[in-house]
Design a protein around this ligand. Structure first.
Ligand code: DMJ
Length: 434
């Protein structure tokens, strides 16, 4: 590996190269399409919210791209109107937009960002307060407060603690944390006798709509992470107790070792019987959570399993069967989960070089296969040579992937490597140095 400073400088330059393309082709829109030099909206067609800008604020700050940060904050102040007559997905709005505004506020100290965050949360609140169980509806109209879709996933119901809790802490208004905690608790209370949860609940009746526990995989994954991070941020003992009960059940009932590799089998949540052996790239974040929860051995084993997938396919397919290692979805969505765990384990291990080496392998593979004239793009099939490309730079590529990579190598003076907490969307809620 080259010198870490050199790698960090390269990562910052690559970020900036793609950012300039976003500025040129997509500024103010949600996401860049780098091959066609166009853009797409993430939440609602015809209603851009500058997702890439909002999501990237704290990354710009950490990379000391201060002019870019200033123009991003200016865009939000002058052009981000949240009074939008369209239905927004509550979970994605919370982790990406609300999280982005709050992390941007924590990074820059700008009061306007906090005011926008509060306005956004107030527009989201009907999803919680109009629900008979307190578990949020899946969609809310930001203008009218009309809610729809009572069938909601556990991750989407229960991943609001960090963002809404931080807003409560910053505004002194405890309503936000209360609705988030009630929703997370309502899911917890519906766990089976095996301490497992299914994937989908009817938020009006409170009943389960399915019977599968996917382990730390979608669409439950970040619920577990949110409980742990909520405890790490607010010291709430309930959240830790719920995390411990649920995560020990995952280790007991779903941890599955095949050919020396550890995975999570998908099971019926009431009986524990096997559903299938499908594993998602998205679960790679869980190694970092295990490490943060004080389970370094399991964390390392799980990360090793993902490393074996990386070694085999060069970039991660979206989904595979771990019994026979057949690929179920060959696309690589430029996802950040493996780098997320590498950073978390770099930090919890006190700076072990091993995690830098792993992340660098992924970074180089990404450069080799996803780098295009206008930045970076997703892959539609990692098994083909050359890999076939799609046309998208997801907002999380700017805000998550490049943040994790950069923090691993940069010795960033604006980041506290000793005391920090990043949300499921990689927003820094603790650990920004001003
Ligand atoms: C991101 O939006 C977040 O990391 C989220 O928690 C799950 N997945 C995507 C990127 O893969």
């Amino acid at each position: 590996m080259p010198d870490p400073d050199q790698i960090a400088a390269d990562m910052r330059a690559e970020f900036l190269r793609a950012w300039e393309s976003y500025r040129r082709f997509a500024w103010g829109h949600d996401e860049l399409k780098p091959l066609s030099g166009t853009y797409q909206e993430f939440f609602a067609p015809g209603h851009p919210v500058g997702l890439t800008i909002v999501e990237s604020l704290d990354t710009l700050y950490l990379m000391a791209l201060d002019d870019e940060l200033a123009s991003s904050v200016r865009w939000i102040e002058t052009s981000l109107d949240l009074d939008i007559d369209a239905r927004f997905q509550v979970f994605e709005t919370v982790i990406r937009l609300l999280g982005g505004l709050l992390a941007g506020h924590l990074a820059s100290g700008d009061a306007m960002l906090l005011a926008k965050a509060k306005e956004l949360a107030d527009r989201l609140l009907p999803a919680f307060t109009r629900s008979p169980t307190g578990m949020p509806y899946r969609f809310v109209n930001l203008h009218s407060g009309a809610v729809d879709t009572p069938a909601n996933y556990v991750a989407e119901i229960g991943t609001n603690l960090v963002e809404l809790g931080t807003l409560s802490r910053l505004t002194g208004d405890d309503r936000y944390l209360k609705v988030a905690k009630r929703a997370a608790q309502t899911v917890y209370e519906r766990r089976s006798a095996l301490d497992l949860v299914g994937t989908t609940l009817d938020v009006e009746t409170g009943g389960w709509l399915d019977a599968v526990s996917p382990g730390p995989q979608p669409p439950v994954d970040s619920y577990y992470e949110s409980l742990l991070d909520g405890h790490r941020l607010f010291g709430d003992a309930d959240l830790l107790a719920w995390f411990q009960t649920l995560s020990s059940a995952l280790q007991r009932r779903q941890w599955d070792v095949v050919d020396g590799r550890a995975w999570y089998r998908r099971v019926q949540f009431q009986t524990g019987t096997l559903v299938d052996n499908h594993e998602s790239e998205l679960a790679a974040f869980w190694a970092g959570s295990l490490a943060e929860a004080g389970m370094p051995t399991d964390a390392r084993r799980f990360l090793d399993s993902y490393q074996s997938v990386l070694d085999r396919f060069v970039l991660f397919p979206e989904e595979w069967d771990y019994e026979d290692m057949s690929v179920l979805d060959p696309s690589y969505q430029l996802r950040p989960e493996y780098a997320d765990s590498c950073l978390a384990m770099f930090i919890t291990s006190g700076g072990s070089e091993e995690y830098r080496r792993r992340a660098y392998q992924l970074y180089q593979a990404m450069k080799a296969h996803c780098r295009v004239a206008n930045g970076y793009t997703i892959v539609t099939d990692v098994t083909r040579r050359p890999m076939s490309l799609g046309d998208l730079t997801p907002a999380y590529w700017f805000s998550e992937n490049m943040k994790y990579f950069y923090l691993l190598f940069a010795h960033a003076p604006r980041f506290d490597y000793k005391s920090n907490c990043l949300s499921t969307e990689g927003k820094v809620f603790l650990g920004l140095r001003r």
